[in-house]
Design a protein around this ligand. Structure first.
Ligand SMILES: Cc1cc2nc3c(=O)[nH]c(=O)nc-3n(C[C@H](O)[C@H](O)[C@H](O)COP(=O)(O)OP(=O)(O)OC[C@H]3O[C@@H](n4cnc5c(N)ncnc54)[C@H](O)[C@@H]3O)c2cc1C
Length: 320
């Protein structure tokens, strides 16, 4: 039997889209805005933000994993209204309140050097969001995205979530939803960050992994040693280093892999899968052009889009 015949492809949830399009934004009110990093030594630029959409068209409209849009006030350098920026929901479909009224997200402040003047420039929407106070209003749109959501039958699959940075936001929502709905299948989250102090929702994930035997939480710290024998680890290194415990889950024909975070992170993950898995197990996740199958180490970001195609059991959402 071929891999595609034996693999259990997901039937993803039907979701609502663009209930509030950019020309019909709804007003949400901030209910919480707090640091989302681990204590005084952290670089303080990622925040967990909650907002109230009750009484608007967006109440109850989102599914875990979807994104919403934020329209920052004011105009750009050309005098045009600012464009919508997308942010992933960090809450489950039922919201933070269980009724779909209070939603949340995880926002990293963006800043960069101006290419001509070298001056420090702050990203428009992320800093606007991070500076909002409880009680402030903001204009939101959405929902966005129909492919990065949970399957209809949550008990039909195992889940491997791989995140870098704020890419963990949708996985917090999905995880809370799976556990709240009594999912008994294996759920693994690999969370990557440069330093341990940058791990997002770390205490919450640790507590959940202690409460739920089917939830495994693994971290990959890229600029600190992860233990004497391990050294520094990116998420793909954690995948390799933990293969002993992950191999069974990866070999399952019903396992789904969700990847979210920094654009380009998929390359290392695809290389790790291609070097660790064989035959039907690998074909269940990646359709690899035979011309490049023999030299996984030479894969590049540019060629994988054409030569290494994720199957329906791999969900990818990456952004700059
Ligand atoms: C599906 C999706 C989900 C996302 N989810 C999240 C999330 O959960 N959390 C999160 O933090 N982010 C998320 N993002 C990213 C988010 O949408 C924004 O792109 C990010 O916050 C930066 O927006 P900004 O308005 O702050 O920065 P911008 O002002 O848009 O600047 C962004 C970049 O544009 C360039 N740039 C802008 N202006 C200039 C200029 N004048 N000269 C030169 N270069 C310039 C710079 O490289 C800068 O870093 C997501 C994106 C997508 C597509």
């Amino acid at each position: 039997m071929s891999a595609s015949m034996s693999a259990i492809d997901p039937v993803l949830r039907e979701v609502r889209l663009h209930v509030a399009p950019p020309h019909e934004t709804v007003t949400a009110v901030i209910t919480k805005n707090e640091l989302c990093v681990r204590g005084p030594k952290s670089a303080k630029y990622v925040r967990h933000i909650e907002f109230d959409v009750s009484g608007t068209a967006l109440e109850g409209a989102f599914a875990a994993g979807q994104s919403f849009g934020v329209v920052p006030p004011g105009v750009d350098e050309m005098g045009r209204p600012h464009q919508v920026r997308l942010y992933s929901l960090a809450s489950p479909s039922a919201g933070e309140d269980g009724a779909g009224k209070i939603l949340s997200t995880t926002v990293k402040r963006t800043f960069f050097e101006h290419p001509e003047t070298g001056e420090l420039v702050l990203g428009i929407a992320s800093n606007y969001l991070c500076n909002l106070q409880v009680g402030d209003a903001m204009q939101v749109t959405g929902p966005n995205g129909k492919r990065f959501v949970l399957p209809v039958d949550i008990q039909a699959h195992d889940y491997l979530f791989i995140a870098t940075g704020t890419g963990v936001a949708p996985f917090r929502g999905m995880l809370l939803e799976l556990l709240a709905r009594g999912c008994e299948r294996q759920i693994t989250l690999i969370m990557g960050s440069p330093y341990t102090t940058d791990l997002l929702y770390h205490e919450e994930f640790e507590a959940l992994s202690k409460q739920h035997a089917n939830f495994r939480y693994l971290t990959a710290i890229s600029r600190e040693d992860n233990g004497p024998a391990l050294g520094k680890l990116y998420v793909q290194d954690r995948l390799r280093a933990s293969m002993e415990v992950l191999r069974g889950q990866l070999a399952s024909t019903s396992n789904l892999i969700y990847i979210c975070g920094i654009a380009g992170m998929e390359l290392g993950i695809f290389q790790a899968l291609a070097s660790e898995l064989r035959g039907p197990a690998l074909a269940g996740y990646l359709a690899i052009d035979p011309a490049v199958a023999g030299d996984v180490g030479a894969w590049s970001q540019r060629m994988i889009h054409r030569k290494v195609k994720p199957t329906r059991r791999v969900m990818l959402e990456v952004y700059a």
